[in-house]
Design a binder for this molecule. Structure first.
Ligand code: PLP
Length: 376
């Protein structure tokens, strides 16, 4: 046997990486737990499913599968640009907004850079920072588990290359207002590069949150803030999570460099066709929004009845507390009852569980099973 040690070859900052632990497939769980019926309300997917137009477009494109996709996703970028009234040269696309987060890291972050992130923010920001051996500067949240933009501003110094703001945030479901964002963008101090750090505002749940009047419409800040990158996705309200389509908006200069390092063909033909068709179907979005607002009330009313504290959410999920019990224990008990939710230990929120708003039947079953496992 050759004397081979992979650990000596792996970059030091990657040695401590753990593989991403995704939930087990429903069929596997059914077999393991001996259950006939399992519901998954764990990944903030849209239970009403995608637009029929998107499904038809995906089916229709199957016959073209022997061709490579358009490497530039030209039609999709143009469709996004025309819907949001921006220049298509400022539109980004990625295999999920997840890929865009990683590309931003690969393009910009060096080992001497600091990246400011809120404590219970979406976990993929930290991972992009770790991948590039940069330093995450973690800022505690305010009461109510909301980003503390004042504290995040104070955490910025000469070494700050970027700031990540998930708005609304996953897993807390809380948001920062337009006033707060405007003041933040304006007050950001210059770094050692002689300019304001990049500000990545991740709006994966943008459509869900837009019913709040003070929720920021960030695209209007792009003209004056070339350091701003706004990320969105087709995974959530458009219900195309399996197709992997994320998108974003930024300045032409940033977009130009992201284009240079993005993998060619990163959006497959199904992703491009499904996303383009989704943008033409406002009724699917409207239906999903009204469903989630109604069902969010149903779920949170149920939590209230059981006297379970929860964080007000403007997204399609809600974070609730089972403390002093362990969130992981309750997660496991719910799993045995056929209900998959999300435990929050990886977010440093041990006593919490995040549940996605599902169909009425799923929500009812979840509340019944929660009541049972908590002995309420
Ligand atoms: C805040 C936030 N950003 C980004 C993503 C990634 O979404 P996707 O890669 O499916 O576009 C998620 C997914 O849960 C999220 O919650």
């Amino acid at each position: 046997m050759e004397n081979f040690s992979v650990c000596k070859l792996v970059r030091k900052n990657c040695l401590a990486f753990e593989p991403y632990v995704a939930g087990k497939p429903i069929e596997t769980l059914k077999r393991e737990l001996g259950l006939k019926h399992i519901i998954k309300i764990a990944s903030n997917e849209n239970p009403l499913g995608p637009s029929k137009k998107a499904v038809a477009a995906i089916k229709n494109i199957v016959k073209k599968v022997y061709f490579y996709p358009d490497f530039n996703s030209t039609d999709l970028k143009n469709a996004i640009a025309s819907k949001f009234k921006v220049n298509s040269k400022t539109v980004l696309v990625g295999a999920g907004s997840d890929e865009l987060i990683e590309i931003i890291g690969k393009l910009f972050f060096t080992s001497s850079d600091e990246i400011v992130i809120s404590k219970h923010a979406f976990v993929r920001y930290k991972m992009a920072v770790q991948l590039m051996a940069s330093k995450s500067v973690i800022v505690p949240m305010k009461d109510g588990l909301t980003h503390d933009l004042t504290a995040m501003l104070k955490a910025c110094n000469k070494n700050t290359k970027a700031v990540f703001i998930a708005n609304p945030n996953n897993p807390t479901g809380t948001y920062v207002t337009s006033k707060e964002i405007e003041s933040f963008l304006q007050k950001l101090p210059k770094n050692k590069y002689g300019m304001k750090p990049l500000v990545v505002i991740d709006e994966a749940y943008y459509e869900y949150a837009s019913f709040k009047k003070d929720y920021p419409q960030t695209l209007k800040y792009l003209a004056k803030n070339p350091n701003l990158i706004v990320l969105r996705t087709f995974s959530k309200i458009y219900a195309l999570a399996g197709a992997r389509v994320g998108y974003g908006f930024t300045s032409e200069g940033v977009a130009d460099y992201i284009e240079r390092i993005r993998p060619p063909f990163n959006l497959n033909i199904f992703a491009q066709a499904g996303a383009i068709a989704s943008l033409k179907d406002d009724s699917q979005v409207k239906r999903s929004l009204s469903h989630i607002r109604k069902e969010m009330k149903f779920v949170t009313d149920g939590l209230k009845k059981m006297k379970i504290p929860f964080i007000d959410s403007v997204a399609n999920f809600v974070l609730f507390s089972v403390a002093p019990l362990s969130g992981t224990d309750i997660f496991k008990k719910l799993l045995r009852e056929g209900v998959i939710v999300r435990a929050m230990a990886e977010y440093d929120l041990d006593g919490y569980i995040r549940v996605t708003i599902g169909t009425r039947a799923e929500n009812q079953l979840f509340l019944n099973k929660l009541k049972k496992v908590l002995g309420k």
